[in-house]
Ligand binder design. Structure first.
Ligand code: MG
Length: 402
């Protein structure tokens, strides 16, 4: 896992609890790693949390380290910058939170938010309300008015009481606390042999510490049951209504050499492609297609050939940079479609590996990356085997007004 320095722009930190197995969600991997709108659910959570500019301490299951790394790679540059190295969780949620608080205790924040990874879409307003409420009250949790009538039942499902709705709240995360208060309470609960309290507020309630309930957010749903994935995805896409397409085109000439770089792969060939960088004509076209969709210049303006820094550079970083520009604007890459035009090398044997490589560079599922190839029937410069051309289309989704 990559550890980036966490910038201390604020006295707030976040413990992100993502060590659960999520069995009720009915998937073969933990629900926080299921892909929603093209990337792992947890990467959306990380992006949502990043608006506070607070460092984020993820707590994950040891067995999920690789999936976590993929989720982090798919998150926005801001979220990746704020994320501390993930730490292993404990047997229970409470033990996992305790591990997160201990990790922060060396340089304690004033306020800590504790958030469940499976709530992928906390709004900026909700996060700010949580911080403000914790500053004011010391301990604060988001709650929603209950609209259904709530019955208490016995073991045989006989209704035994009708509860007063006005006195009930459905509680969400992030729960927000003065760090010193919640850290001491968690240590005390552990020392008392309690390790499975239902939430962090309960850790304080048992000590008689008042916990303020502020207004939650109905959109801040927790993905729990199988049917929740579609609803969560619809909510995420609802916030990305602007669909744009960009095109890219690139050509590189053959020169002396024994391999070419195409689609991020080194392919043996009787010639090389000539260029300032590694001359990966397909990755260049895809990069330009993304920049075109963003209306943000072209590959030459982002990576000037006059800059010696890019001499011989691997082109995967150009493509990744363009993807990062999309996520930095709160958007997502919906689809990439590239076409290589050449007589040789033969692309067919490498096509699937190229798709996989491009998908890995961009943090996309394979189904959102297409690679095609054609010859020009012996016509023109590609037909004369003087070089390779590539064309690409990128489709992206952006927030309204982007
Ligand atoms: Mg080029």
């Amino acid at each position: 896992m990559t550890q980036l320095p966490a910038p201390a722009k604020t006295d707030v930190a976040i413990v992100l609890v993502a060590a659960g197995r999520g069995l009720r969600a009915g998937r073969d991997i933990p629900k926080q790693y299921v892909r929603l709108a093209g990337r792992p659910l947890l990467s959306h959570t990380l992006d949502s949390l990043s608006v506070l500019g607070a460092s984020i301490q993820p707590i994950i299951a040891d067995a999920d380290a690789l999936m976590f790394a993929q989720a982090l790679a798919a998150a926005s540059p801001a979220a990746r910058q704020l994320c501390r190295a993930a730490l292993p969780g404990g047997e229970t949620r409470q033990a996992s939170v305790r591990a997160g608080l201990r990790a922060l205790a060396g340089l304690p924040p004033y306020i800590v938010l504790i958030h469940d990874g499976a709530r992928c879409h906390p709004s900026p307003n909700l996060l700010r309300r949580a911080v403000d409420a914790a500053r004011q009250h010391g301990a604060a949790i988001p709650g929603l008015m209950v609209t259904d009538t709530i019955k208490q039942v016995d073991a045989s499902c006989q209704a035994t009481a009708t509860l007063d709705r006005a006195l009930l709240r459905a509680v969400q995360t992030p729960q927000a606390f003065r760090f010193a208060l919640i850290e001491a309470a968690h240590e005390r609960a552990a020392a008392d042999g309690l390790d499975d309290l239902p939430d962090d507020a309960a850790v304080l309630e048992r000590m008689g510490v008042p916990v303020h309930v502020f207004e939650g957010d109905a959109g801040n749903m927790k993905v729990t049951r199988p049917e929740d994935f579609a609803m969560a995805e619809a909510r995420l896409l609802l916030d990305l209504p602007e669909i744009r397409t960009g095109q890219g085109y690139d050509v590189h000439a053959f020169g002396p050499g024994d391999h070419v770089w195409l689609g991020g792969l080194k392919i043996p060939h009787g010639a090389a492609l000539v260029g300032h960088s590694d001359a990966d004509v397909l990755l260049h076209a895809l990069t330009d297609a993304l920049l075109g969709a963003l209306a943000d210049g072209d590959i030459g303006s982002h990576f000037p050939p006059s800059d010696p820094k890019w001499k011989g550079a691997a082109s995967d970083q150009f493509l990744r940079h363009a993807v990062d520009l999309v996520t930095a604007r709160g958007g997502m890459v919906a689809h990439l479609d590239g076409t290589l035009i050449c007589e040789a090398p033969k692309i067919g044997p490498h096509r699937e590996a190229m798709r996989a490589r491009i998908a890995a560079i961009c943090g996309l599922p394979l189904g959102r990356v297409a690679v095609k190839a054609t010859t020009s029937e012996g016509l023109g410069f590609t037909g004369r085997r003087e070089g390779i051309a590539a064309m690409a289309l990128a489709t992206i989704r952006l927030p309204a007004g982007a």
